[in-house]
Structures are given as structure tokens and as C-alpha cells.
Design a protein around this ligand. Structure first.
Ligand SMILES: NC(=O)c1ccc[n+]([C@@H]2O[C@H](COP(=O)([O-])OP(=O)(O)OC[C@H]3O[C@@H](n4cnc5c(N)ncnc54)[C@H](OP(=O)(O)O)[C@@H]3O)[C@@H](O)[C@H]2O)c1
Length: 350
């Protein structure tokens, strides 16, 4: 039996994770948490909001599936990594914000960090534990979101409803807007850097509209291994919860005979500047990725509330990155302060 603590149980990932857990008798849900919605009937131990590490202390899980959205997921990520408890990580924001601290916690704890993000799950599967020395580069694919092919001028009056209409994935509102701005791919670029230990100039992002190829690893011998499948988060969730077993899921495998064409192109960095901003925040290191994430969270919330135009999200993030010093965080207090400082800078729009 594997005891699972599911954080963010009421969200898009959380609900799909419940389906996976219910289908597998060897997975036992011991704890569930949400931010505000009722979860009392989901698991023996539950918590709504507050410090989720209190729930984890009581639950003593074998696996923490962190599917909380945003920086709020950080304490749970560090709790699992520090204790060597397997972390199935959907909450990319915590690894982006706390990368160095999170990896140091993992080294001390000695446990596994299994990505749930589909692209990183794909890369993890293609790599099969091989280190950066055998890899030429990693390729993270992006659907391009609902505004692929648009110009900046066409995006000036985009509404939240238009940004929330994702072409291939059905997800929570924050990540759906991040997909429309390509901030999500920026977060994933930084996430890939910390997960797989490659420098940024060896991590590419390509647009692939149908989201069939989730990730691709170019090896130094000239071979490239890709991971293919219909876009369905139950596959990477199941992979992380049952690793290394690869338990069955109800997701059909690809119908190749129906005619499958794979298209790839370069991202439009002029129309979607958040991808370049994320790359530069990642390359500068320190707390720049934390500031990128915090500013993006505040700006996305303001856009969804109608207080900021769509193009204003990137402007807000650029302003914050220009204003902070990005000094490395020595500890969690430093990191929490870097996050708070970035949020304070956006108080006028928050
Ligand atoms: N959805 C996807 O397909 C997908 C794919 C890859 C990665 N991810 C990542 O997975 C994470 C979750 O995404 P999602 O789409 O599932 O988001 P979502 O549908 O908005 O769900 C977010 C979950 O987090 C909970 N939550 C929010 N604030 C919290 C807090 N302060 N403390 C405890 N719980 C809190 C919410 O609880 P309430 O419902 O009570 O507010 C909800 O259960 C994000 O980091 C996202 O980037 C998602």
C-alpha cells in the first residue's frame, strides 16, 4: 500500500488524481486538502487552508501529491523534500520560486521528486535517470494556447473568457491564463532546469499545437527520444503515483492509423514576451525566478478580475524584474521576503 496525501484535491489535477487513486487498490488516500472548498468526505484526514504541513505531519504519507496552485504550495514541497517523502509535483510554482533551496532539501532528505507536469513527466521518462552529460538538449513542447498566431495588436482587448478557452488542455484558471501568455512555458523552462540539471541554453521550447508530443530529449549520440500521447493529465499523475510500475489508465493509446501529423514551430517571443522574461530570470538566478513567479501570480489575478489588460501581465512582470535585486535566498525567510517584495511592487494593480 502507498499512502497518498493529496493537496489541492478540489482542483483540476486534484480531481483527476482522485480518479487514479480510486482505480488502484494499492493507493490509499490518507489526507486531502484544499484552499477553501469542503474536503471532509474525501479522506480520513483533511484540512482547508492554513499551514498544510500540519496535515502532512499527522498523515505521515508515503507520497505527497502537491497540486496546490501558486506559491502557497511551497511549504508542502519543502516538507516532503526535507523528509525524503516522495514528492509528486504538479505545483511547479514552488520549484520555480525555491529551486536551489528545494534541491538542497532534496539532497538532505534523499527522496524522489517525480514531476506531474506532463512535459517534465515526459522528459523524466525519456531520460530514464540518465544525467546531463549524455544529453545535448531538452525540448519542452507548448500548444501555443488560444492566441497562437495572433499579433500583439490583436491581443490588446482580449477578455478573461477568451484567455480561459484553451485549445487542448482543460485546467484551472491560473495555469490556463499562463498558457495563453506562455508564462506557463517560462515556468516550465525554469522547472526543467532545476529538475534535470541542464543549463538554460540546453533547454528549448517549441510550439506544437496538438499537444501529442509532450517532451523530447536530444542525446549526444544524435538520437532524439520523444514521449507521445493524447493530452490527458491522468497519464502523468498515474505515472508519478505508481512509479516505476506504470499502472493501467483508461486513457486510449494513440490511433496512428487515423493519420497523425506532428507540427512544430518556434515560439513568437515578440507577442509572448513572458517566455523570454522567464528565461532571463532563470539565467540570472538568485531570487529572480521567485520574483517572476510572484509578479505573474499577482498580474494574472488582476487580469482575471478585470483590473489589468492581457498585455499588462507581461508589462507588470517586466517592471518587477527590473526593480528587484534578485539576491539569492539563504533560507526560506529570504525567499518569502523576495516573494512578498515582488507582490508589494504590484500593489497598485493587485
Ligand atoms: N490542470 C492541469 O492540467 C495542470 C497541468 C500541469 C501542471 N499543473 C499545475 O498543478 C497545480 C494545480 O493546477 P490546477 O489546474 O489543478 O489548479 P486549480 O484547478 O485552480 O486547483 C487549485 C487547487 O489548489 C487549492 N488551493 C489554492 N490555494 C490554496 C492554499 N492556499 N492552500 C491549500 N490549497 C489551495 C484549491 O483549493 P480550492 O478549490 O478550495 O480553492 C484547488 O484544490 C498548478 O501549480 C498548475 O500549474 C496543472
Amino acid at each position: 500500500m502507498r499512502k497518498i496525501a493529496l493537496l489541492g484535491a478540489t482542483g483540476s489535477i486534484g480531481r483527476q488524481a482522485l480518479e487514479i487513486v480510486e482505480a488502484h487498490p494499492e493507493l490509499e488516500l490518507v489526507a486531502a486538502a484544499s484552499g477553501s472548498q469542503d474536503v471532509t468526505r474525501l479522506a480520513p484526514l483533511t484540512q482547508v487552508g492554513g499551514d498544510l504541513t500540519e496535515l502532512l505531519d499527522r498523515a505521515e504519507p508515503d507520497i505527497v501529491l502537491n497540486a496546490v496552485v501558486g506559491f502557497a504550495g511551497l511549504p508542502a514541497t519543502l516538507w516532503a523534500l526535507e523528509r525524503g517523502v516522495t514528492l509528486a509535483l504538479a505545483n511547479k510554482e514552488s520549484l520555480v520560486a525555491a529551486g536551489d533551496l528545494a534541491l538542497a532539501a532534496q539532497r538532505r532528505g534523499g527522496g524522489s521528486l517525480l514531476p506531474v507536469d506532463s512535459e517534465h513527466s515526459a522528459l523524466h521518462q525519456c531520460l530514464e535517470g540518465r544525467g546531463p552529460e549524455s544529453v545535448e538538449s531538452l525540448v519542452v513542447t507548448a500548444s501555443g494556447g488560444p492566441f497562437r498566431g495572433k499579433t500583439r495588436a490583436e491581443l490588446e482587448d482580449v477578455t478573461p473568457a477568451e484567455a480561459l478557452a484553451h485549445p487542448t488542455w482543460s485546467m484551472g484558471p491560473k495555469i490556463t491564463v499562463d498558457s495563453a501568455t506562455l508564462a506557463n512555458k517560462g515556468l516550465e523552462l525554469i522547472e526543467a532546469h532545476f529538475l534535470f540539471g541542464l543549463p538554460y541554453d540546453r533547454i528549448e521550447v517549441v510550439i506544437h499545437p496538438t499537444s501529442v508530443v509532450h517532451g523530447l530529449v536530444r542525446f549526444r549520440d544524435g538520437a532524439a527520444l520523444a514521449h507521445l500521447g493524447y493530452p490527458d493529465m491522468r497519464v502523468p499523475i498515474s505515472y508519478a503515483l505508481t512509479y516505476p510500475e506504470r499502472a493501467a489508465t483508461p486513457v486510449p493509446s494513440l490511433d496512428l492509423a487515423a493519420g497523425l501529423t506532428l507540427e512544430f514551430s518556434a515560439p513568437d517571443l515578440e507577442t509572448f514576451p513572458l517566455l523570454s522574461l522567464a528565461r532571463s530570470a532563470g539565467e540570472r538566478g538568485g531570487t529572480y525566478p521567485c520574483a517572476f513567479n510572484a509578479a505573474n501570480e499577482v498580474a494574472v489575478a488582476a487580469f482575471l478580475d478585470g483590473r489589468l489588460p492581457f498585455l499588462g501581465i507581461a508589462d507588470a512582470v517586466a517592471d518587477v524584474l527590473a526593480a528587484v535585486d534578485g539576491a539569492p535566498a539563504r533560507d526560506l525567510d529570504d525567499l518569502v521576503e523576495a516573494d512578498a517584495q515582488a507582490r508589494r511592487l504590484l500593489e497598485p494593480v493587485a
